[in-house]
Design a protein around this ligand. Structure first.
Ligand code: NIG
Ligand code: FE
Length: 418
C-alpha cells in the first residue's frame, strides 16, 4: 500500500494505545511499546504502527525519515493553558518568595485583575504575536495539541477579542488548538462588590455572544473561595451548557469547597487542579466520568506542601491527565516535560503514568481522544523523536528536553539545533 511518509529506525515507539495486546483497556502504566518500530503516514494521519519489517513489507512511501535510533512518543496534549495576555507577573513570584500567598496578592489587587487592563488595551495583533511566540516555545518542548483559554478581558468585547486571537492561533500555527471561554476567571474590579451584576453580564451577554459566534468549544470557571462560589458557578455553568458549550472547572485548587462534586453534578468534561479534593469528591468524579486534570507545576510554583491525590485517582481507574496551566500568575511553566517530572516527584506517578496523563488522557480532557494522544491508525500523525536511552529519562532529566524533532499532522514543526 502507498503511504506519504514512513518513519523508521525507531528503537522504540511508545504508542500509548488505548488497548493492550489482550484487547483490554490499557492501564496508565502501560506505554504500549513497539520495539524496532516504524510508522506509515498518509495525509497527515497514521496508517499503521508496527515493527519496521512489517511496515516495510506492507507500505511504500516517497519519503522516509530516520528516527536515528531514538524513542518516538505521541505529541504532548497540553489540556489547560492561559497563553493570551500581555505582561508577565514575575514581581508576584518574588512576593510569594517573601511569604505572601496567591490569594493575598489577588485580594490586594494583583493576580488575575492586574492582567486585565493591559489585555483590554492591547490590539489583536500584539496579543497574537505574544501568544504565538509562547506557543512556539511549547511546540519545541513537544506540545502538538494545546487548549487555550480566554479570561483576561472580563468584558464582552475583550473576551471576544481574546477568543478571536485564539481562533487565529488555531488557523496560523501548525498544531491543534482547542478554544475555551473563561469570562468567569475573576470578577473585574468594577464588579468586585456586585457579583450578581457581573454574573448577569456573563449569562445575558457574554455566553450568548460567544455561543453565537461559535468561537469557544468549552466554558471554564474559577471556582474558589475568593472568586466564584458554588452557587455562582452553577448559574454560569448551567447557562453555558444551555448554549451548547462543553464544561470545565478550576476546582478545589486552594480550598476544598466541593468543586469536584459540582463538576460531577454539572457533567463537566474535566475538573482541573483538584489540589484539595476530598475522598467524596474523587468518588463523584469517578461516578460521573469527569476527567481529572492535575496541574502539579502550579502547586510547585505556589510553594504548596501538598499535591492532588493523583495516585488514589489512578488506583480508582480515573483517566488522570496533567497539564502545564501556563499563565502569567500562578504558573509560568510552558514545559510538559517539567510537568511530567513534577507528577513523578511530587505525586509519585511512574514515568509511564505521567506520560499517559500528558498524552492519551489529556486528549480525553479536551474531547480529542479520537484524533490525538496516541499513535494509532486513523489518528493525526503527531509525534516527537527523542535522543534518550529510555522513556524514564524524560522525567529524570529535570528542566531539559532531549527532543530532536516534533511532527504534527505528519509535518516537521520543530527540529532541535544540532
Ligand atoms: O489556573 N486558577 C486560575 N487561573 C490561573 C491563574 C491565572 C493567573 O493568576 O493569572 C490558574 O492557576
Ligand atoms: Fe488555570
Amino acid at each position: 500500500m502507498q503511504a506519504d511518509l514512513i518513519v523508521r529506525d525507531c528503537r522504540q515507539i511508545l504508542t500509548f494505545r488505548a488497548q493492550n495486546a489482550a484487547g483490554e483497556p490499557a492501564g496508565m502504566d502501560d506505554p504500549g511499546v513497539v520495539s524496532g518500530g516504524a510508522i506509515a503516514i498518509s495525509d497527515g494521519k497514521i496508517l499503521a504502527v508496527g515493527t519496521e519489517a512489517d511496515i516495510l513489507a506492507s507500505y511504500t512511501a516517497s519519503e522516509h525519515i530516520s528516527a536515528a535510533g531514538g524513542i518516538v512518543l505521541p505529541g504532548f496534549v497540553d489540556c489547560h493553558s492561559h497563553p493570551v495576555f500581555v505582561h508577565t507577573r514575575e514581581d508576584e513570584f518574588a512576593m510569594r518568595l517573601q511569604g505572601k500567598t496567591y490569594v493575598d496578592i489577588a485580594l490586594a489587587g494583583g493576580g488575575i485583575r492586574s492582567t486585565i487592563s493591559s489585555t483590554r488595551e492591547a490590539d489583536e495583533e500584539l496579543l497574537f504575536e505574544l501568544a504565538a511566540r509562547r506557543i512556539r516555545k511549547m511546540i519545541s518542548l513537544g506540545t502538538t495539541t494545546l487548549e487555550a483559554k480566554s479570561g483576561y478581558g472580563l468584558d464582552t468585547a475583550s473576551e471576544l477579542k481574546q477568543l478571536r486571537v485564539i481562533d487565529r492561533l488555531a488557523k496560523e500555527l501548525p498544531i491543534h488548538i482547542v478554544p475555551t471561554f473563561m469570562g468567569a476567571h475573576e470578577f473585574p474590579a468594577e464588579y468586585k462588590d456586585n457579583h450578581s451584576a457581573f454574573i448577569d453580564i456573563l449569562t445575558d451577554e457574554m455566553i450568548p455572544a460567544v455561543a453565537e459566534q461559535g468561537i469557544a468549544e468549552f466554558c471554564d470557571i474559577f471556582t474558589e473561595a475568593h472568586v466564584y462560589n458554588l452557587e455562582e458557578s452553577r448559574i454560569v455553568l448551567d447557562c453555558a451548557k444551555k448554549h451548547g458549550m462543553k464544561l470545565k472547572m478550576h476546582a478545589d485548587e486552594i480550598e476544598p469547597m466541593g468543586g469536584a462534586e459540582l463538576a460531577a453534578e454539572m457533567g463537566c468534561v474535566s475538573a482541573d487542579h483538584l489540589g484539595t479534593t476530598s475522598e467524596q469528591g474523587i468518588e463523584a468524579l469517578a461516578k460521573a466520568g469527569v476527567v481529572p486534570v492535575l496541574l502539579p507545576a502550579t502547586l510547585f510554583s505556589l510553594r504548596s506542601k501538598t499535591y492532588a491525590r493523583g495516585k488514589d485517582m489512578i488506583q480508582r481507574g480515573l483517566p488522570v491527565a496533567i497539564a502545564t496551566d501556563y499563565n502569567p500568575g500562578s504558573c509560568n511553566c510552558d514545559s510538559l516535560p517539567l510537568t511530567i517530572s513534577l507528577a513523578c516527584l511530587q505525586m509519585g506517578f511512574t514515568p509511564a503514568e505521567a506520560l499517559t496523563a500528558a498524552t492519551r488522557n489529556a486528549a480525553r480532557a479536551v474531547c480529542r481522544e479520537a484524533q490525538v494522544g496516541s499513535l494509532e491508525p486513523g489518528k493525526s500523525a503527531d509525534f516527537t523523536i527523542w535522543d534518550i536511552p529510555s522513556h524514564n529519562f524524560i522525567p529524570y532529566h529535570l528542566g531539559s528536553s532531549h527532543i530532536t524533532s516534533v511532527y504534527c499532522k505528519g509535518v516537521c514543526v520543530h527540529r532541535a539545533a544540532e
